[in-house]
Design a protein around this ligand. Structure first.
Ligand SMILES: NC(=O)c1ccc[n+]([C@@H]2O[C@H](COP(=O)([O-])OP(=O)(O)OC[C@H]3O[C@@H](n4cnc5c(N)ncnc54)[C@H](O)[C@@H]3O)[C@@H](O)[C@H]2O)c1
Ligand SMILES: CC(C)[C@H](C(=O)O)[C@@H](O)C(=O)O
Ligand SMILES: [Mg+2]
Length: 370
């Protein structure tokens, strides 16, 4: 199979982890005889420095001409003070909008060997398997007006939460389709006790549910959901919610896996290309130190193999390699237990790669940890 992959490493640890995903995809290509062609584009702060804007036209063009897109992360304190129109994050929002990537899938999977990395009790998180479907191109992130203003002589500000019903419907439908293939339960999260937008969201979920009689729909208010996420996460199968709630709840859900550095994502449109990125940011506090966990990015590459190219076996193999590396005891600092030996970003990437390519690597690791 021949595929063109656009790689947008971005800023901070984005660059370190994107490099890892490319190496893993190269290894997959080598092992299964696929030709993956990688082309690099600028996004975020580094694009502001080079091109004066966070999403240069050539990057948009590159993405549109590619079969799939890998993105590291954007942002950092260096660009915090710049005009909001040229903040790094604006580039990320713009590419999501340009490509109409309305459905963001954020799976949270329990890794048995990381049970002790989570601050939560093992009986709470054991076996967690939830899929968050986050609306990604509407809501507060994109509503107009969004500006400072004068309100009767006082300084004030407005952000607008705007959704068309059709935008709600298509992402909720996506959640039902996915739930139908899983444990057949959708939890729709909103704030319908306060917000009109949430009342329309809830009505829309009820309407969509009529077409999926085998899927059970429940509604949950977002504040309760935030609490249930860490006290009883096993109740969730597919969770669907609007943009801002999904952003916050998915960082919270990452705690169930042991670290923010473990959670991948896939952003889907009607016809592609799709974009794959870890849910974490550029982590300026650890950038450039070779300590970031590359697994969320590598697992995002596995999602790319499955969702964009239909390469189920290859995707499973990458996920198997990640699991085996963790089972063998390799840990970046975010998932290491007290006193445990710490693996660097580049070593972690190399171990996953070795596990993918060479069964003897398994013997080597078992020897090292015997
Ligand atoms: N998709 C994206 O590009 C994206 C996502 C979130 C935040 N951001 C941006 O990133 C910048 C920093 O934001 P933040 O600090 O609030 O969030 P962050 O996700 O970058 O980091 C939060 C915390 O988690 C840790 N962390 C994150 N990823 C990790 C990894 N792979 N391995 C180990 N530890 C990891 C960081 O060190 C930090 O302590 C901001 O500019 C923000 O806008 C970008
Ligand atoms: C950087 C930011 C704009 C982004 C978001 O809020 O969508 C990030 O937090 C994410 O979760 O992908
Ligand atoms: Mg976020």
């Amino acid at each position: 199979m021949k595929k063109r992959i656009a790689v947008l490493p971005g800023d901070g640890i984005g660059k370190e982890v994107a490099k890892g995903a490319v190496e893993i995809l190269q290894a997959v290509g080598e092992r299964y005889n696929h030709q993956f062609e990688f082309s690099y584009g600028m996004i975020g702060g580094h694009a502001i420095d080079e091109k004066g804007k966070p999403l240069p036209e050539e990057t948009i063009q590159l993405c549109k001409e590619s079969d799939a897109i890998l993105l590291g992360a954007v942002g950092g304190p260096k660009w915090d003070q710049v005009n909001p129109d040229i903040r790094p994050e604006r580039g990320l929002l713009q590419i999501r909008k340009e490509l109409n990537l309305y459905a963001n899938l954020r799976p949270t999977t329990y890794f048995e060997s990381l049970a002790k990395s989570s601050p939560l009790k093992d009986e709470v998180i054991q076996g967690v398997d939830l899929l968050m479907v986050r609306e990604l191109t509407g809501g507060l992130y994109f509503g107009q007006p969004s500006e400072r203003m004068d309100a009767n002589g006082e300084s004030a500000v407005v952000d607008t939460l705007f959704y068309k019903k059709a935008e709600m419907k298509r992402v909720i439908e996506k959640a039902f389709i996915l739930a139908d293939k899983r444990r057949k339960k959708v939890t729709s999260i909103d704030k319908a006790n306060v917000l009109e937008s949430s009342r329309m969201w809830r009505e829309t979920a009820e309407e969509v549910a009529k077409d999926y009689p085998h899927v059970y729909l429940e509604h949950m208010l977002v504040d309760n959901a935030a609490m249930q996420m860490v006290t009883n996460p096993k109740q969730f199968d597919v969770v669907v919610t609007e943009n801002m709630f999904g952003d916050i709840l998915s960082d919270e859900a990452s705690v169930l896996t042991g670290s923010l550095g473990m959670l991948p994502s896939a952003s889907l449109s009607e016809n592609g290309p799709y974009l794959f990125e870890p849910i974490h940011g550029s982590a300026p506090d650890i950038a450039g130190k070779n300590v970031a966990n590359p697994l969320a990015m590598i697992l995002s590459a596995a999602m790319m193999l499955r969702e964009s190219f239909g390469l189920e076996t290859e995707a499973n193999e990458v996920e198997r390699a990640v699991k085996q590396v963790l089972d063998a005891g390799f840990r970046t600092s975010d998932i290491a237990e007290f006193g445990q030996q710490v693996t660097s970003t580049t070593e972690m990437i190399a171990e996953v790669k070795a596990m993918l390519l060479d069964n003897e690597a398994i013997m080597h690791i078992m020897g090292a940890y015997a």
